[in-house]
Design a protein around this ligand. Structure first.
Ligand SMILES: NC(=O)c1ccc[n+]([C@@H]2O[C@H](COP(=O)([O-])OP(=O)(O)OC[C@H]3O[C@@H](n4cnc5c(N)ncnc54)[C@H](O)[C@@H]3O)[C@@H](O)[C@H]2O)c1
Length: 438
């Protein structure tokens, strides 16, 4: 099939490569010229394991090309996927859907009545219907439109795109879905379930799934607050309740909380949309979910302050700065925010991260970047593990014990062996636990 993918960020770049891997002829479109040029040269503008190799293969197979605007070739696509960003509006809770509407209106200028438009961006419920109205006005015909939310996770993006747990398609007419199902036929043949719903339910599937996951994380972090106050251990608690198969152990690890370009802005956007619909009370609990999550960041700052006495002029090493491992995405990263707060308190904060230092440089944060892990640990008064990269999980505490000035580590993600670190002479502190150090 002929496909256009509009918007080439984390979602769109991955989707374009995935569609090319399925054998389709794909044109990626993004107004950011430097992004388009980099992608056309086989370079990803962000870090995502395995995606750059797959990008290069897709380009050399002749199945994938990139451009900044629609042209006659992209206009005749069988399917146009809208994959542009929907960030939080600055100073507000709502999602900014202006990029989606702009992309749709640019598409409307070249759209053929036979082509299918598929929205993949995460949008507030009601957006798809407004898009249909706008595009109808611009084109003079009712566009065939489906919504098809994306559930990929950064770090495993391509595998998630090719093998999702389910494919959800929303539309006003089951006929529209046929082209999309043909496009995904190879995936459907693997046994991936397809749910065909109305537009509103489909839009809600994505935001409510993210709200549920955020709630699960904040639930265990609320238990961490109780555990900290009562002498209990939230890590063992999570283990015990997670073994109940009605609850399950995923998304139940206590730590410094969630971040990134999706969960935080998606729950806030969802709260704002519920308010607009006059049912704000239904999602009042999500405000608490957000607050619990943000309190975890301050908790680490408080633990650091307790350990250091005063933060000013103390050398603090932050291990990991991206919002999650296997990604260089710094959007709403808890580790980055903690590092910046400690810096604001006068701390001299050195940051190590296996891949995100380049992304950090672009932020002019004032944090000291150190690409050598051992050099980053040297002379530290306090070490904080902010992102659970494999490199840190396998750190040998014995081997690095001579490097810092003070052998104290805050394990912000609860991934280190308390026993091993203590045995090597470290003090280890972790959120949600009451670890006794000698
Ligand atoms: N990142 C993820 O893990 C993920 C997962 C699932 C869903 N989503 C959703 O996917 C959407 C995109 O997220 P992202 O992380 O890829 O965002 P992003 O900020 O990385 O990328 C957005 C891209 O859209 C481009 N763009 C803006 N206006 C455009 C236009 N008019 N035409 C073409 N391109 C345009 C931008 O230049 C940018 O390259 C969001 O709604 C997000 O919530 C993201």
């Amino acid at each position: 099939m002929k496909i256009s993918v509009i918007g080439l960020g984390y979602l769109g770049s991955t989707h374009a490569v995935a569609m090319a891997q399925l054998g389709h002829n794909v044109i990626g479109i993004d107004p950011d010229d430097s992004r388009v040029q980099a992608l056309a040269a086989g370079t990803l503008p962000f870090f995502e394991p395995g995606l750059e190799d797959a990008l290069r293969q897709a380009i050399s197979s002749g199945n994938l090309s990139f451009q900044t605007d629609h042209d006659d070739l992209s206009a005749v696509s069988d399917i146009h996927f809208i994959c542009v960003g929907t960030p939080q509006i600055s100073g507000q809770q709502s999602a900014d859907t202006s990029y989606v509407f702009a992309a749709a209106s640019q598409l409307a200028a070249v759209l053929r009545p036979s082509s299918l438009v598929v929205g993949k961006s995460t949008v507030p419920v009601g957006t798809a219907r407004n898009l249909i109205t706008n595009m109808r006005k611009a084109t003079g015909f009712t566009p065939k439109l489906c919504w098809n939310p994306e559930f990929l996770r950064e770090g495993t993006a391509l595998a998630d795109s090719m093998s999702p747990d389910r494919i959800v398609i929303g539309s006003d007419d089951l006929e529209y879905n046929q082209a999309l199902k043909s496009c995904y036929q190879k995936m459907i043949d693997q046994g991936i379930p397809v749910l065909e719903l109305d537009l509103e339910t489909t839009e809600l599937v994505k935001v409510s799934a993210n709200a549920f996951l955020a709630t699960k994380i904040s639930f265990i972090n609320a238990m961490a607050e109780i555990a900290e106050a009562s002498g209990a251990d939230a890590v063992r608690l999570a283990e015990a309740i997670g073994l109940d198969n009605r609850i399950g152990k995923s998304f139940l690890r206590t730590g410094i909380g969630f971040g990134g370009g999706c969960l935080p802005k998606d729950i806030r956007g969802f709260i704002a949309r519920a308010d607009e619909l006059g049912v704000g009370e239904s999602l009042a609990f999500l405000k608490e979910v957000d607050q619990i999550n943000l309190r975890r960041r301050q908790r680490i700052v408080s633990l650091a302050t307790e350990e250091l006495g005063q933060v000013s002029n103390k050398k603090i090493t932050m291990l990991g700065i991206s919002f999650k491992p296997d990604s260089d995405d710094l959007r709403d990263s808890p580790a980055l925010e903690i590092a910046l707060r400690l810096q604001a308190l006068g701390g001299i904060v050195t940051v190590h991260d296996p891949v995100s230092l380049e992304a950090l440089e672009k932020k002019s944060s004032g944090l000291i970047s150190e690409s050598d892990l051992l050099a980053a640990l040297k002379d530290a008064d306090l070490v904080i593990l902010g992102t659970e990269w494999a490199d840190y999980k396998k750190l040998d505490p014995e081997a690095v014990s001579s490097l810092p000035r003070v052998k104290t580590i805050i394990d912000g993600r609860n991934v280190l062996s308390v026993e091993a670190w203590q045995k090597a002479g470290w003090r280890i502190i972790a959120p949600g636990r009451n670890i006794v150090n000698d």
